[in-house]
Unconditional design. Structure first.
Length: 317
């Protein structure tokens, strides 16, 4: 069965994309991979595969895909996929279509879906592959995202701070701004018939109403199984849920940043996300900083300014 109107779940990391994947993937008519392998990264390194004309070039691509540990667990007809890529695909875009068709069309389901954080930056490319695609984008308060990223297995992430520099807050604030910009720009260009923008907070507060909204948008019949996703998905290996397994929709997650982040960290995130933070109705905190925190705040702002200059200079070379 050739699946139409594939569903792509996009959004910034730790925005709730895994939760959406579980909900949508629990629908009896939806086929979705068990993880979010970054399939498109192979397109970014396409020069490695030459013109994708010879068998040698195609086998190089096939072997790279098959050796990807995340891709290995996709329920694929590998023999059929190899044959199709070697005999039917004349370029990498056709190979991508072939891979996803192999996954979806042979699943016995009527709809296919794929979840990948940051793919809001690849929407135009995905539309080239599947012009009838539907996109569900999820947005979350960036302070909650930072609070979720700060620790891993109870320990502060290694990259979180470099000396006095709060790299985690700075990078996340910048990337969140870009993510929201891409999502809203696409929504404005293509309309709400092709993209549904949800907030993580609304999903947590009103799960039933939000799931019904998703079903209306995707033309899926509402299924109670979508609200019982925790019975079908194993979340133990997903760090997003490592501390909340068995209680995946919990309202305490909405304001946990107030307990997990320092005033300095909150102010840094708000500085880099301020315009869109207000536009998305999250608002700015009334946190105050002491003298030392203010000094560190401006040091971080200056460091981020230098980082942007260095990055822009490098891109011009």
């Amino acid at each position: 069965m050739k699946i139409k109107k594939p569903i792509f779940i996009v959004g910034h990391e730790r925005s709730g994309t895994s939760l959406l994947r579980a909900i949508i993937g629990s629908h009896p008519e939806v086929s979705i991979p068990p993880n979010d392998c970054n399939l498109l990264r192979y397109y970014d390194m396409r020069s490695k595969y030459g013109n994708f004309e010879t068998e040698e070039e195609k086998w190089l691509f096939i072997n790279d895909i098959k050796s990807d540990h995340k891709f290995k667990c996709w329920p694929m007809d590998w023999a059929g996929l190899e044959t199709d890529i070697l005999s039917k695909c004349q370029n990498l875009k056709e190979a991508y279509i072939c891979i996803l068709r192999n996954l979806w069309d042979k699943s016995g389901k009527t709809r296919g879906a794929l979840k990948r954080p940051t793919y809001e930056h690849r929407i135009e490319f995905l539309l080239e592959l599947f012009p009838d695609s539907l996109f569900i984008a999820i947005i979350r308060d960036p302070r909650s995202i930072v609070a979720s990223q700060k620790y891993y297995n109870g320990k502060l992430r290694k990259y979180w701070k470099v000396g006095f520099f709060n790299t985690g807050c700075i990078v996340t604030g910048m990337s969140w701004n870009k993510s929201i910009g891409k999502i809203r720009s696409f929504e404005k260009k293509y309309g709400k018939g092709q993209i549904l923008v949800l907030s993580y907070e609304t999903l947590i507060k009103s799960p039933v109403e939000t799931v019904k909204q998703i079903c209306d948008f995707t033309s899926l019949d509402f299924s109670e199984s979508m609200l019982e996703f925790d019975k079908q998905f194993d979340f133990k290996s997903n760090s997003s849920f490592s501390t909340n397994t068995g209680n995946l929709i919990y309202k305490d997650s909405l304001r946990k940043w107030q307990k997990k982040l320092t005033h300095l960290e909150v102010r840094l995130v708000e500085y880099f996300a301020e315009n869109k933070l207000v536009a998305e109705s999250y608002g700015i905190s009334d946190y105050s900083m002491g003298i030392i925190e203010r000094i560190l705040f401006y040091i971080n702002i200056f460091a981020a300014f230098l980082y942007r200059i260095a990055k822009n200079t490098q891109s011009l070379r």
